[in-house]
Design a protein around this ligand. Structure first.
Ligand code: BG6
Length: 492
């Protein structure tokens, strides 16, 4: 009949990402009934493994949501029966042709739609895409390929990768993932802005003093040093995750919610940004630290990292958008590993109330009395607005309190993982949350010059102890623009 089938191939099935994110997300989609009736999942990798062994490997990482515990085991078994393994080389057309044969058996003459998830190192991308597209793409349905960063390491290498991929795929077959775009609160950013009267009118240089995009992790690059050392935190987090959030935050109102309309606005605002100046960047690298009898390693203690590596594990940067809405407003980014906490948040600091009647009731710290909107992407999702409030009582004393939308308290539902939404969108052909190639080029244009300069001048990172708040340089940088970082840790 004309019913279609879906084959999902995870290329690089034994890798970390596949185990931790992709298979669990596929399973979550399955038990939410989001996968089509006829679907099959293939793990593809070089190592020898049987279907049964793949199933055991995958089963270890599957979980059920708290509210979906019923039938969970049964659902898992049904899901695992749809998973198969194929061992092959990433650059062998013959191997992919054999995979194609296997797929055809399961497809049973239905219209075949095929999704390839490339969860492999970047030097394998193009080979795998070539083989998949030449010998394993669908004859009568669609073929789509999901790719993960790194998309090159600067403008030139990224453009070369795009060019190579486009020899075998059209732009609308390529789904470039930035998993931060799949996070619940990042998606909510547009809802907040465009469907509430009270935010959008304030969303400009007139009322906003600065915007902060903060990412921190309380662990180092443990085990990933080999990858990380060639990229560093600016490429790993800022050029993609934080910049994508910034683009959604700062873009003009799109014509509609269609993917092309949204991506047109994102690329426009990113192209309005100035390339970052070396002066506007602070870099750091974590060093070993002893605490409570435990010795936390330095970045360079990692066996896969050269002893004299200057790769930043922390960076702070000031970015500017040269358009009418944002002229002069500093967008400050901060990202680091091996810091004191794990969090990702957006902070919007508003200007002072002109001629505030209550100035003398604030005490000395007027700076602390401006409104601040915080969107806490993770953990413990929340949106809150700091306002000045009268402390109850006969006197007139003000304090800062939060209007707080705390997700755990408001919504009993567990929040889906970013990969669930992104995989579902890719299956449905929804491209809104994927990066178009012109967006990628624009993103690299902002970062490439300063990345080159940091490397050519061999700028020494500021060393900070594992588990600390990071280099003080970040505070000097912010201070230069009259900004104070609004870290959670500074809040009561
Ligand atoms: C990845 C980076 O893109 O994002 C990692 O390569 C980082 O270095 C990870 O740890 C963070 O993602 P999340 O979803 O855990 O915040």
């Amino acid at each position: 009949g004309c019913e279609s089938s879906l084959s999902i191939t995870v290329v690089g099935a034994s890798g970390d990402l596949a185990k931790k994110k992709i298979f669990p997300a596929l399973f979550a989609l399955y038990y939410e009934d989001c996968l089509p009736k006829h679907f099959t999942i293939y793990g593809y990798a070089r190592s020898k493994m049987t279907d049964a062994e793949l199933r055991i490997m995958v089963s270890k990482t599957l979980t059920c949501r708290i509210d979906k515990r019923e039938n969970c085991g049964e659902k898992m078994d049904q899901f695992l029966k749809r998973c198969f393994y194929y061992s092959g080389h990433y650059d062998s057309q013959d191997n992919f042709a054999e995979l194609d044969k296997k797929m055809k058996e399961h497809e049973g003459g239905r219209i075949s739609n095929r999704l390839f998830y490339l969860s492999v190192p970047p030097n394998i991308f193009v080979d795998a895409v070539r083989c998949a597209s030449l010998t394993a793409s669908s004859g009568n349905g669609w073929t789509r390929v999901i790719v993960e960063k790194p998309f090159g390491r600067d403008s030139e290498s990224s453009a070369a990768l795009t060019k190579d991929l486009k020899q075998f795929l059209s732009e609308d077959q390529i789904f470039r993932i930035d998993h931060y775009l799949g996070k619940e609160l990042v998606e909510n950013l547009s809802v907040l802005r465009f469907s509430n009267l009270i935010f959008e009118p304030l969303w400009s240089r007139q009322y906003i003093r600065n915007v902060q995009l903060i990412f921190s992790e309380d662990f180092g690059t443990e085990g990933r040093g080999g990858y990380f050392d060639n990229y560093g935190i600016i490429r790993d987090i800022m050029q993609n995750h934080l910049l994508q959030i910034l683009a959604l935050f700062a873009m003009e109102t799109p014509v509609s919610l269609d993917a092309e309309d949204i991506r047109n606005e994102k690329v426009k605002v990113v192209r309005s940004m100035r390339p970052i100046q070396l002066d506007d960047v602070v870099i750091g690298q974590y060093k070993s630290h002893k605490k409570g009898g435990v010795t936390y390693p330095a970045y360079t203690d990692d066996m896969t990292v050269p002893k004299d590596s200057l790769t930043p594990t922390f960076a702070a940067a000031a970015l500017f958008i040269d358009n009418a809405r944002w002229d002069g407003v500093p967008f400050l980014m901060k990202a680091g590993k091996a810091l004191h906490n794990k969090s990702a948040e957006i902070r919007v600091q508003f200007r002072h109330v002109p001629g505030n009647l209550y100035n003398r009731n604030f005490g000395t710290d007027l700076d602390r009395a401006t409104n601040e909107l915080v969107i806490r992407v993770q953990p413990d999702e929340a949106v809150y607005l700091k306002i000045n409030n009268k402390v109850p009582g006969l006197g007139m004393r003000l304090d800062r309190s939060n209007l707080n939308l705390h997700y755990a308290a408001r919504y009993s539902k567990e929040i889906p993982d970013a990969y669930e939404r992104l995989l579902l969108d890719a299956i449905e052909g929804e491209r809104r949350l994927f990066i178009r190639s012109d967006e990628l080029d624009a993103a690299w244009a902002i970062f490439t010059p300063v990345l080159k300069e940091l490397e050519e001048k061999q700028i020494i990172p500021e060393y900070y102890p594992y588990g600390s708040r990071g280099p003080v340089g970040a505070h000097y940088l912010a201070a230069r623009y009259n900004v104070r970082w609004g870290d959670l840790s500074l809040e009561q």
